[in-house]
Design a protein around this ligand. Structure first.
Ligand SMILES: Cc1cc2nc3c(=O)[nH]c(=O)nc-3n(C[C@H](O)[C@H](O)[C@H](O)COP(=O)(O)OP(=O)(O)OC[C@H]3O[C@@H](n4cnc5c(N)ncnc54)[C@H](O)[C@@H]3O)c2cc1C
Length: 381
């Protein structure tokens, strides 16, 4: 009998786990995941799973999880940051086909779901990978293991491309404060609320059906004072202190948070899908700013697409690139552009922006054209 193809996955985040889920039942592959941390993170953070990502997750039974663990998003309400005047509302139902709704949830629930089937079938090794050479993974405990194929899915600070590419990761002029609030009475909010202000914006959405919400407050900033461990502890007092011109709703949300963390925002404009038999996916390949909520969605698309290739016995990086590069580039540059669009402070430009947003949201054909490119995307099997 032919030997199995051995696959080593570096990183058990969204990209690595989704990829493993798609190949877990195949008798042709033997998979091992290397993850340096605990899978679930504290404190919790929210994540939006748009229709394009949901469609893929449904193929690995996401549509069978307890519906109380996520919240369906029907629209995105866009407000002025300072006074909560409504600018427009984007109807997400245009993209919400049966069981393919845009959802928001606690990231830990997504990871728990991805792990639920894997552990029985795939070896998981809790160790930090130090280097990859000649298809061999070297770990911090000096363990070396050779694989036929390696999938690098180690996230935004990936160390396993070439040096020039590693140095292309840029901290952009923005800082995110994130928090989760429990048992919050939000009135009617069951959707994504987006508040646009001068050099700042604020995003608020439910992460389940029990009254728990996630918020992200993004400010223009060139702060370099954050820890190298990505997120640093902050507080609702610190965040309130820099949110003095926010409307009362935002202030109430921030005041209700028990834990607030801050994160610098990064962008890697140069995409690297790997070389030879080492494939790079997710944030490791193309870290993009979170201003279209598409980072995890693109990691999920990469994973699915690569797993499909492997099932068809196509272990070829040029092929992967030809399928993924233009889409990832398009979404990454749209995400980057949103920082400038959301943060405009010139009154004239803001008026023009708001009129354009109203037009895009008001006419279904324009909404579907503009956002359909992202949310309606379907892979051919
Ligand atoms: C403020 C903010 C809000 C966001 N909101 C959204 C959203 O709503 N929707 C969305 O789609 N995306 C969102 N994103 C982006 C999303 O979180 C990422 O794109 C996604 O997590 C990328 O998945 P990944 O698997 O590539 O990387 P990660 O999820 O970062 O996983 C990488 C894994 O590799 C492990 N690892 C790293 N180095 C090593 C090593 N040397 N050895 C072993 N293991 C290692 C890490 O511990 C980690 O578990 C947001 C990002 C930010 C910053």
């Amino acid at each position: 009998m032919k030997n199995k193809i051995t696959i080593g996955i570096v990183g058990g985040g969204v990209a690595g786990l989704v990829f493993a889920n798609f190949l877990k039942d195949s008798s042709r592959f033997k998979i091992k995941i290397f993850e340096k941390k605990e899978f679930t993170i504290k404190p919790a953070t929210g994540i939006q799973i748009s229709n394009n990502a949901r469609r893929i997750l449904n193929k690995i039974n996401f549509n069978q999880i307890d519906t109380g663990k996520f919240s369906e998003v029907h629209k995105v309400n866009i407000f002025q940051y300072e006074n909560k005047n409504k600018i427009a509302e984007l109807n997400i139902n245009y993209f919400n086909n049966d069981k393919e709704e845009y959802v928001s949830l606690d990231r830990n629930h997504l990871i728990t779901f991805l792990l639920s089937e894997l552990k029985k079938k795939i070896e998981v090794y809790h160790e930090e990978v130090i280097s990859i050479q000649n298809n061999t993974i070297h770990c911090s405990n000096k363990l070396d293991e050779k694989f036929d194929v390696i999938i690098v899915a180690d996230g935004i600070f990936s160390r396993f491309g070439n040096k020039a590419w590693e140095n292309s990761l840029k901290k952009i002029n923005a800082l995110a404060y994130r928090g989760v609030i429990r048992g919050y009475d939000s009135g009617t909010t069951k959707n994504v609320d987006l508040f646009l202000g001068n050099n700042r914006h604020f995003v608020f959405y439910p992460i389940n059906k029990c009254g728990d919400f996630s918020f992200t407050s993004i400010f223009a900033s060139n702060s370099n004072s954050l820890s190298s461990d990505y997120s640093s502890a902050s507080s609702s007092e610190e965040l309130l202190g820099i949110s003095s011109n926010a409307n009362d709703e935002i202030k109430k949300i921030i005041s209700s948070a028990s834990n607030v963390y801050k994160w610098p925002i990064y962008h890697r404009p140069t995409i690297n899908f790997g070389q030879d038999q080492v494939f790079i996916i997710g944030d490791a390949s193309h870290a993009m700013p979170p201003f279209h909520a598409q980072g995890a969605a693109q990691a999920i698309e990469d994973s699915f697409c690569l797993a499909q290739m492997f099932e068809k016995n196509i272990l070829n990086i040029s092929h992967f690139k030809s399928i993924r590069a233009s889409r990832v580039e398009m979404i990454s540059s749209k995400s980057y552009r949103n920082l400038f669009i959301y943060h405009l402070s010139n009154s004239f430009l803001k008026t023009v922006r708001n009129v354009l947003i109203k037009i895009i949201c008001k006419y279904p054909m324009i909404s579907k054209f503009y956002f359909g490119k992202i949310y309606n995307y379907k892979f051919k099997n």
